[in-house]
Design a protein around this ligand. Sequence first.
Ligand code: DNO
Length: 351
Amino acid sequence: MKMSFRWYGESDPISLEYIRQIPNMHSIVSAVYDVKPGEVWPEESIAKMKQQCEENGLVFDVVESIPVHEDIKLGRGNVEHLIDVYCENIRRCAKYGVKCVTYNFMPVFDWTRTQLDKKAPDGSTSLVMYWEQMKGLDPLKDDIHLPGWDSSYTQEEVRELISAYGEIGEEGLWINLEKFLRAVVPVAEECGVRMAIHPDDPPYPIFGLPRIITCEENLDRMLAIVDSPANSLCFCTGSLGSAAFNDIPKMVRKYSGMDRIAFMHIRQVKLLEDGSFEECGHLSDNGSLDMYEIVKALVDTGFDGYVRPDHGRMIWGETGKPGYGLYDRALGATYINGLFEACEKAGKENK
Ligand code: DNO
């Protein structure tokens, strides 16, 4: 596996000088942030990112994300042009050494949480989603500002998008995903890039918006659309793991065994009885996911893709982008390194 760390570029309060000091750190996961979805990424920006990483002994070979324009997901407007731009961005990234491109197909909003700084008994804070806090919210009637949601949309635009997605429904979204994959995956294949779709977070409909990258049946369906390692998963344990119906170690074993996981987001989540969930420390004991079984499944199946610790808590007084502080993600990386070393050594001894 190649250990990686997400970095938000020069505006990120965490420097590459710090990131490189995390044991076993190999790759930087980043993107060009000052370009809107549907626009071409300037080559200079990609080249600069590559150079900055190299100066720090790191490799910029994972992109997270090239965002998919809402019109591609909705199948409206100038889809052909938007898909061409997307393909061009893949080619440009590949030219500067990128091997894996992450994206998602979630309507309107990326991840959904109701609070980003929930205090745990030990004084750390983390992101949570409590159904109690969601109750009664209706985006078609109320002005809703959930933390982390794209604030560039007006409430009017959000309402329009929500109704448009309501009209196409899940099957409409599948049709548009299929069209996207059939165009994009051959380009990725050609330039040696693996596309890695991020699951919906959480993996079920929110506010009636269709969500399709949610469970084993749907992951099978998505991978079958184009049966190629260039059409792979960004397997996010925390996103898929925030629904009890997903058996995470089993799914990791299956998809890694098929060589269809390009990128692992490893994070912990604690499921509560009513379906709410809290993010927590990476350790198995801290939450609902058995991290040992997850890493063992990767090692047993010879996984050689990218891994990153995902959302950390805020600890030791750190402030910054919720989920993306330095300290707890570094602890996560170290813990994940330890699990890999133990599983790899045990695997060799058992041979
Ligand atoms: C959350 C991230 C996601 C992810 C996108 C990929 O912290 O894992 O926002 O980057 O869904 O397109």
